[in-house]
Design a protein around this ligand. Structure first.
Ligand SMILES: NC(=O)c1ccc[n+]([C@@H]2O[C@H](COP(=O)([O-])OP(=O)(O)OC[C@H]3O[C@@H](n4cnc5c(N)ncnc54)[C@H](OP(=O)(O)O)[C@@H]3O)[C@@H](O)[C@H]2O)c1
Length: 421
């Protein structure tokens, strides 16, 4: 069994090797959780981001690691103090913005940023208690009695809870200017059991994709999003197996959607993996992020047909080990990796950066009004602070698979059947 130290060096090396071949301006360079916590067999073995997974010997790996680390430590991507000078996005009237998963991480930070500017934030969280606690924390931190924070329950792993939110919004006559589909879950990559949502869907796809799919459709079906409004999806670079993060561990692919096809055909609605294969938690997370990108692109097509001027985009916030996304992974390793990736190598981003990315796509006049797009930035871009948004953090290609419009359409149709729309 490998010691923790060996694992850390190997993992860092693996990441560093991926980074060392990246020029700071390459826009498809992305990383996130799944690359760090893959299954023990392949987890810490260095892997080329563009070729198949040939393992290096430890000696040559360590030598390459040292080179990569040296490169990183002198590279332009390294900075000791990220500069954040929160941007004020001008607006004529305050907006009403719903954010899923806003009690933690990126969503919480974005909620705080946008509430601070005078917008009404609907904190849509797993439970009312969590939403209310988040609202209280933001109020106390900003110490501003004029803040408009509305806590709501929205458990994406239970479509009845999502429907209750819809009913509440209708009853309260709330009209949204923006919808941020941000919540997400990543299970321990060593998990063997298939956890399920209330409706029996595999938990990761059920939460990250199908819960948001149902929420968005019901918001649109009930005209709860204003014409000209915008939808922002927190996706990930790991949706793309050709990205450095997506190339580590299991690779995202929906195959021919056999798992969903079967679940719909047999009427059970139960699937373990979208592609019909055996359960793989690492892949399931990456697949869910691929679903997010497929969903955003197909959604935009349908929105264009509706003529309501609503725009949908997706983004990759980069590697942010400090959020709650890693809570089911080994806590010691997560803490060490957070320090190494964020503080030492400066290839990770921080939570405030992630919240800023979500805020930028929700409020910036250069970003809103454009749809069907995917945004990302090179690793370590949070060193530029908020100035990176619209600069390093900008429009990028989605993965080859995500460009398959026919698959996106079929995923939509199957998702409709699964959630009962
Ligand atoms: N951190 C990264 O490196 C990274 C990289 C790329 C993409 N992302 C994406 O960024 C998004 C935000 O994640 P984060 O990094 O900020 O992690 P986080 O701190 O764990 O936030 C995730 C949020 O999603 C919520 N959530 C999970 N399951 C839910 C459910 N069934 N119903 C309602 N809410 C649920 C969580 O609520 P609870 O607290 O109640 O669980 C939490 O508020 C996710 O979509 C993630 O995939 C993150």
């Amino acid at each position: 069994m490998k010691s923790l130290g060996t694992l850390l060096v190997s993992a860092l090396m693996s990441q560093a090797l991926a980074f060392s071949s990246i020029k700071p301006t390459i826009s498809k360079a992305t990383l996130d959780s799944s690359s760090l916590f893959s299954t023990p067999q392949n987890e810490f073995e260095p892997e080329s981001s563009s070729t198949s997974s040939t393992s290096l010997s430890r000696r040559s790996a360590l030598s390459k690691s040292a080179q990569a680390l040296a490169t990183l430590l002198v590279a332009d991507t390294v900075s000791s103090s990220p500069a954040f000078a929160d941007i004020s996005y001008p607006f004529t009237s305050p907006k009403t913005i719903l954010i899923t998963g806003s009690n933690s991480g990126i969503g919480f930070d974005a909620a705080e940023r946008m509430a601070k500017q005078g917008h009404t934030i609907i904190l849509a969280c797993r439970s009312f208690f969590k939403a209310n606690t988040a609202a209280t924390q933001i109020s106390e931190k900003l110490n501003d009695p004029s803040l408009k924070l509305i806590p709501k329950e929205c458990d994406l792993a239970n479509l009845k809870s999502v429907q209750k939110l819809i009913d509440d919004l209708v009853a309260d006559n709330i009209k949204l200017d923006a919808l941020c589909l941000n919540a997400g879950i990543a299970r321990n990559t060593a998990a063997k059991d298939v956890a399920r949502t209330e409706q029996g869907f595999e938990l990761t796809i059920g939460t990250n994709h199908l819960g948001h799919f149902y929420l968005t459709n019901q918001i649109l079906n009930n005209s709860l999003l204003k014409d000209g409004g915008n939808i922002v999806v927190t996706a990930s670079g790991v949706h793309d197996p050709d990205s450095p993060g997506g190339a580590q561990g299991s690779k995202a692919t929906l195959g021919s959607l056999q798992g969903l096809e079967k679940a719909v055909a047999d009427g059970t609605g139960q699937f373990d993996m979208v592609d019909g294969n055996e359960f793989d938690p690492d892949k399931s997370y990456k697949d869910s992020k691929l679903c997010n990108v497929f969903f955003m692109r197909e959604l935009q097509k349908r929105l264009d047909e509706s003529g309501k001027g609503i725009k949908a985009v997706a983004f990759n916030p980069g590697l942010i080990v400090g959020t709650g996304l890693f809570r089911d992974q080994n806590p010691i390793f997560t803490r060490i990796f957070d320090f190494a990736a964020t503080d030492l190598l400066k290839v990770g981003e921080n939570t405030h950066w992630g919240g800023g990315a979500l805020e930028y796509l929700t409020l910036d006049s250069n970003a809103i009004g454009k749809g069907g797009l995917y945004y990302t930035s090179p690793p370590g871009s949070s060193k530029y602070g908020d100035a990176a948004f619209g600069n390093q953090f900008t429009i990028t290609d989605v993965s080859k698979e995500a460009m398959d419009s026919a698959k996106g359409k079929r995923l939509w149709e199957l998702s409709e059947k699964l959630v009962g729309l």
